[in-house]
Ligand binder design. Structure first.
Ligand code: COA
Length: 252
């Protein structure tokens, strides 16, 4: 089981737990994540969700082996997970315990509170993998921080710190590594003392203005992303990753 769940004191904790592969997320894990978010949403004992990783690693993103093997006709379970995250009408608090790469950063754009360890690095290196952004990051990131800073993160794929993430509006605060989960849990537990109906409706209202554009963008990105996965550029990037070498894009 690479996704662990527990409900304690009104908080559903969803923990990515595959440290031997730097918490890379497989198809099976996306399905488990989707089930966990749906269960948290439906459980009346849950007032908020805490999403976290392992010490030193939040997630290294999509399992690259799975990218290579993914059947082209399959509806990717990553979509089912992200739709469940986006549909979660309870507050979602992320504790970014370490590196958050690819979908690891993208999922944070859909959480309500994001607390980042001072050791964490975030990155959206889709271009260097021969891919395109996903799950509305091409829409949300430029709107959040302006085109200039979005270009560094999406076109160059530059990694950035938790402090940068706060400055750009992705995260709430940077905390010492030993504190980040505890702090995120305390924030999640505050919802035990707040009226759940008002919280739910307020979250819906905060998202209402952009939700149609987000869903439309996810569809456009998904088609492009699926096509890019089969591209020679992506194949070179994935081979380079497994051969532990730098990719060579000079022939494209
Ligand atoms: N998919 C599949 N396997 C992954 C992975 C991923 N996204 N990220 C790490 N792993 C595996 C490595 O292949 C390695 O496996 P091995 O021990 O069998 O060789 C193991 O996890 C440890 O990774 P390693 O790269 O040795 O750890 P590190 O501490 O040096 O670096 C990262 C950690 C996260 C910086 C690095 O693994 C990385 O950049 N991963 C790829 C991230 C990425 O491009 N994700 C985007 C997907 S869209």
């Amino acid at each position: 089981m690479s996704i662990k769940t527990a409900v304690v004191d009104g908080v559903a904790t969803i923990e990515i737990a595959r440290p031997e592969k730097k918490n890379a997320i497989t198809r099976a894990m996306y399905t488990q994540l989707a089930v966990a978010f749906d269960a948290a949403r439906e459980n009346p004992a849950v007032r908020a969700v805490l999403l976290t990783g392992q010490p030193g690693i939040f997630t290294s993103g999509n399992d690259i082996e799975d990218f290579v093997q993914r059947p082209s006709d399959e509806a990717p379970p990553s979509i089912t997970f992200m739709k469940a995250l986006i549909a979660c009408d309870k507050p979602v608090v992320a504790a970014v315990t370490g590196a958050a790469i690819g979908i690891g950063t993208t999922m944070l754009l859909h959480c309500d509170f994001v607390y980042v360890s001072d050791e964490a690095r975030l990155a959206m290196p889709f271009v260097s993998l021969g891919l395109v952004p996903e799950f509305a990051s091409s829409l949300i990131v430029p709107r959040l921080m302006g085109n200039a800073r979005a270009a560094e993160k999406l076109l160059l794929g530059d990694p950035f710190t938790g402090a940068d993430a706060v400055e750009c509006g992705i995260a709430n605060a940077v905390l010492p590594a030993s504190e980040v989960v505890k702090h995120a849990r305390r924030v999640a537990e505050r919802f035990n003392a707040l009226p759940p109906g008002a919280v739910r409706e307020t979250k819906r209202l905060m998202r209402r203005g952009r939700s149609a554009a987000i869903l439309e963008t996810i569809g456009v990105e998904r088609d492009l992303f699926g096509a890019r996965l089969q591209s020679p550029e992506a194949k070179e990037a994935f081979s380079a990753f497994f051969e532990k070498r730098k990719p060579d894009f000079s022939r494209f």
